[in-house]
Write a protein that binds this ligand. Structure first.
Ligand code: AMP
Ligand code: ZN
Ligand code: ZN
Length: 512
């Protein structure tokens, strides 16, 4: 295991710094887990442990695929949100890193599973172990385990993107190098063993990760039988986990949050857009392919690339970096490419040499498109003292998860782009929250709104958007998000979605 890079001690300034650090350690400048109570005979008020579980590629509508006793127990005893709205691009590393940092990929810098860094002139890909374990790629966000460790808590990760790297010089106290073939039972046993450690060694924050549902979704398509079998298998291991926690009197006395990192859409072998039909690929760099292509100007100018692709194919949209839709919040990081091209749902971007000889059955499911698209929504369940049994919520945003976890762990959150506001009314409430549904008929089509105490989701065509409540008056309610707004009053509803005005819409029915 690599050690911290040591400062050369023959340098006099370094020697003074080391001496100062030793003195600080001796007088107790280490951060404390929690302020101890004034009575030394009283035990420290211990942190409620938090276990974050990711089931990769579990689409929000997979719950009805099979009986899932473990997930069902969490749902009946805790909070279930309709779905989890992720960030662009809806790919494993960008979305997982957003959940633990509260920053968008365009800010935290993990902009794809495969990316290029122009400062270092280096590539990152999931198969490149050196890159995956190199903190450089993650340093523009602070993951929750770093926040926890820096404030005196202990973190343990059984896989999570970024958890193998030293980020801001910190790793989780316990972590595992990624090995996708690790039996699920071994992962559960290790989490239980970590929780069995003596109090001073026991982790306060733990993560668990399963990839099989995603793998089966890619291979066989969303909702295929193999996906159902993978869901059943993960759930059976989660049931062992819940039973183990119950035996230890931990179930109900710790927080468990179950998420997935994106959904899954079918793809069609006959719906590939070949970039080399429009662009000489030897004159550009393409750092990522699939639902979206990330393209860099090398021997061709940005304008030439843009002109070559703009309007080239009816199922393709293209933007210069500065014109990427605001809602994607993807513009600012130096790893965001010069040109972004995105295909319609179920369409893919590739090139002829790559596709030559590939079977039409080699890939039946994919993700990576606009996070608002219903198919790209993941799941979020939450169980534990902060969540009332049977509580329900409209879709929530993954960007707000870091703020929630920091709050549950009693941590001061690092700088982030999320908010606690949608969560606050759901936490430690006497009554389980219910979702209020309002349906409207607009000149442009039907609009459905699912309303929570501080936020709402708008279901419009094939997308689900999440908006925060901004104003409540006796006769009107209003919600907002970047490029989105919604107002409901006695006469009906009006919305603005991606710059298009919708309405006036008349109410159809209201259910509670
Ligand atoms: P995606 O297709 O974007 O859903 O990526 C899923 C794949 O990411 C999994 O099947 C794993 O192979 C890979 N993966 C997930 N977590 C890690 C990790 N911590 N390190 C390396 N690869 C990972
Ligand atoms: Zn994934
Ligand atoms: Zn995947």
């Amino acid at each position: 295991m690599p050690t911290d890079s040591a400062m050369p001690l023959n340098n006099p300034i370094a020697r003074i710094l080391v001496a100062a650090l030793l003195i600080m350690a001796a007088i107790g400048c280490q951060p404390r887990q929690q302020e101890s109570t004034s009575d030394p005979s009283e035990p420290d008020s211990a942190t409620t442990p938090l276990l974050l579980i990711s089931i990769d590629g579990f689409r929000h509508d997979y719950f009805d695929l099979a009986d899932t006793p473990a997930l069902d127990r969490l749902i009946s005893e805790g909070l279930k949100t309709d779905s989890l709205h992720h960030v662009f691009p809806t790919k494993t590393f960008p979305t997982h890193y957003t959940m633990v940092t509260g920053r968008h990929p365009g800010t935290h810098g993990v902009v794809a599973n495969s990316m290029w860094d122009p400062y270092r002139d280096q590539r990152f890909s999931l198969g490149n172990r050196d890159a995956v374990g190199d903190g450089y790629w993650y340093q523009d966000g602070e993951p929750i385990w770093v926040t926890a460790e820096n404030q005196g808590l202990t973190a343990a990760t059984f896989f999570w993107p970024g958890s193998e790297a030293r980020i801001h010089r910190v790793r989780p106290t316990y972590w595992k190098p990624y090995a996708g073939d690790t039996p699920h039972g071994e992962r559960i046993d290790q989490v239980l063993a970590w929780l069995d450690l003596p109090e001073e060694e026991r982790p306060d924050l733990l993560t668990l990760y399963f990839s099989s549902v995603d793998s089966m979704g890619h291979r066989h398509g969303p909702r295929a039988e193999a996906v159902r079998d993978a869901v059943i298998d993960v759930d059976s291991h989660l049931l062992n986990l819940l039973n183990g926690l119950e035996e230890r009197d931990l179930l109900g006395n710790m927080h468990i949050i179950v998420v997935s990192d994106h959904g899954m859409s079918r793809v069609d072998f006959d719906q590939y857009i070949m970039l080399d039909d429009y662009l000489d690929l030897s004159k550009v760099r393409v750092s990522d392919w699939g639902p979206a292509a990330q393209i860099w100007a090398t021997e061709k100018s940005v304008d030439d690339i843009f002109r070559a692709l703009d309007g080239a194919h009816p199922n393709l949209r293209v933007w210069r970096r500065e014109d990427i839709p605001q809602r994607y919040r993807f513009g600012s990081h130096h790893r965001v490419p010069d040109v972004l091209a995105e295909a319609d749902l179920e369409w893919m971007i590739s090139n002829r040499p790559f596709m030559a000889g590939r079977s039409r059955f080699s890939l039946l499911g994919m993700h990576g498109w606009d996070p608002a698209l219903e198919e790209m929504h993941g799941i979020l369940l939450a169980h534990g003292p902060a969540f009332s049994a049977g509580s329900r919520s409209p879709a929530v945003r993954s960007i707000d998860l870091y703020a929630l976890m920091a709050h549950l762990l009693g941590l001061e959150a690092a700088d982030n782009e999320g908010s606690l506001s949608a969560w606050e009314p759901l936490l430690f409430s006497e009554q389980p929250n219910r979702v209020k549904v309002q349906k409207f008929q607009c000149p442009e089509g039907p609009l459905s709104v699912r309303i929570g105490p501080a936020h709402a989701s708008v279901h419009w065509r094939d997308a689900i958007h999440v908006l925060d409540e901004v104003e409540t008056s006796p006769d009107a309610r209003q919600w907002q998000e970047q490029d989105l707004s919604l107002r409901i009053d006695q006469r009906g509803a009006q919305a603005m979605i991606d710059g298009t005005a919708i309405g006036p819409c008349s109410a159809m029915l209201a259910t509670h």
